[in-house]
Design a protein around this ligand. Structure first.
Ligand SMILES: [Zn+2]
Ligand SMILES: [Zn+2]
Length: 344
């Protein structure tokens, strides 16, 4: 098989490797579309938290946002068959520990994360995958389905803070996750969803995807605009999808008492000087959100019924052999680039 494997910081190789051998509980997959994430770039750069902390080890075949066709299945597999179109949960957990039993398998201490944490991913034309972590889809393209993973992360972050019809919701950061989170908040009934972000084309995309308003924190008064778009209340729910430590200073300015903040972005650094008293006296919930347990079926349903759209986020298509070029494009941060899909 052909795959893109990272051996260490700035050492990624597109190379020929032996085909994976499947066990009785596995499926052999042919990845058809893989989208590239900031996390892939961080793993390539050597800056990603799991690798700097020693939790994850090189080498690894990247790719956690993929869709695939089933080529073959092991003797024990009954949930998928050859020919099925599938996506796979990023987290592959043990199934036996206390966290797994409680359904919190994103916290399983011996979990693997596809293309990130000690399990090879979809930057490849063949892949072995434990079949019980696969989900079938029919009514969307392979490209759209490659973004089920990011969408599920967004859906989980939105659901963890019980977003519902009473809520004015702010999404900080109009990257792919933020643009999906805004649609997820809408899908779960939020009263009003407002995108806050500095890049104009992303704010325009947010409006296209259903945002009720947008705020540019670089040129507008964040608090004044917040009061304007929330009818004087401030936000009930704030979804943090930037991972930018500087943004944390804004959180308390825009959230109302009893508000809930969902942190989806990884900061990859210590964030200093949070005024914790403000959290206490305002009864603020600060909710960390890792991964996407238990939301894959509903995410696929929301996407297949058009309530969350990912196709508009795909701005570039490249062959798998061009990963190095893709990383260069992402590092240059061309403003029109949102999501790049690789075709293995
Ligand atoms: Zn990702
Ligand atoms: Zn476990």
């Amino acid at each position: 098989m052909k795959a893109y494997r990272v051996y260490g910081a700035h050492d990624g190789r597109y190379e020929e490797l032996p085909d994976p051998v499947i066990g009785p509980d596995d499926a052999l997959l042919r990845p058809r579309a893989v989208t590239v994430c900031g996390t892939d770039l961080e793993i390539f750069n050597g800056s990603m938290f799991y690798f700097t902390s020693g939790l994850a080890k090189y080498p690894i075949i990247l790719g956690h946002e993929w869709s695939a066709e089933v080529l073959a299945v092991g003797a024990n597999v009954s949930n998928v068959r050859p020919g099925d179109k599938v996506v796979g949960e990023c987290t592959v957990s043990c199934g036996h520990c206390e966290y797994c039993h409680k359904g919190w398998y994103n916290q399983c201490p011996t979990r693997l994360e596809t293309g990130i944490l000690n399990l090879d991913g979809g930057f490849s034309d063949r892949m072995r995958y434990p079949a019980s972590f696969l989900h079938k889809f029919e009514h969307m393209s392979f490209e759209e389905a490659a973004m089920v993973e990011t969408t599920a992360v967004s859906v989980y972050g939105v659901k963890l803070v019980n977003t519902g019809p009473g809520d004015y919701v702010a999404v900080l950061g109009p990257g792919p996750i933020g643009l999906e989170a805004l649609q997820a908040a809408k899908a779960y009934g939020a009263r009003k969803v407002v995108m806050i972000g500095g890049r104009q084309n992303r704010r325009e995309m947010a409006l296209t995807l259903g945002a009720d308003a947008v705020i540019d924190p670089r040129t507008q008064d964040l608090v004044a605009e917040t009061l304007k778009v929330t009818d004087g209340r401030k936000f009930d729910v704030v979804i943090e999808a930037t991972g930018n430590p500087a943004v944390t200073r804004d959180l308390m300015k825009i959230v109302r008492p009893r508000g809930r903040i969902s942190l989806i972005g990884l900061f990859n650094s210590q964030v200093g000087e949070l005024d914790l008293d403000a959290f206490v006296v305002n009864n603020i919930t600060l909710q960390g959100s890792l991964g996407s347990p238990n939301v894959w079926d509903e995410t696929i349903h929301l996407m297949e019924t058009g309530r969350i759209r990912t196709a508009p986020l795909i701005t570039d298509r490249m062959p798998l052999a061009q990963v190095d070029t893709v990383f260069k494009m992402m590092t240059e941060k061309r403003p029109e680039l949102i999501k790049i899909v690789l075709q293995p």
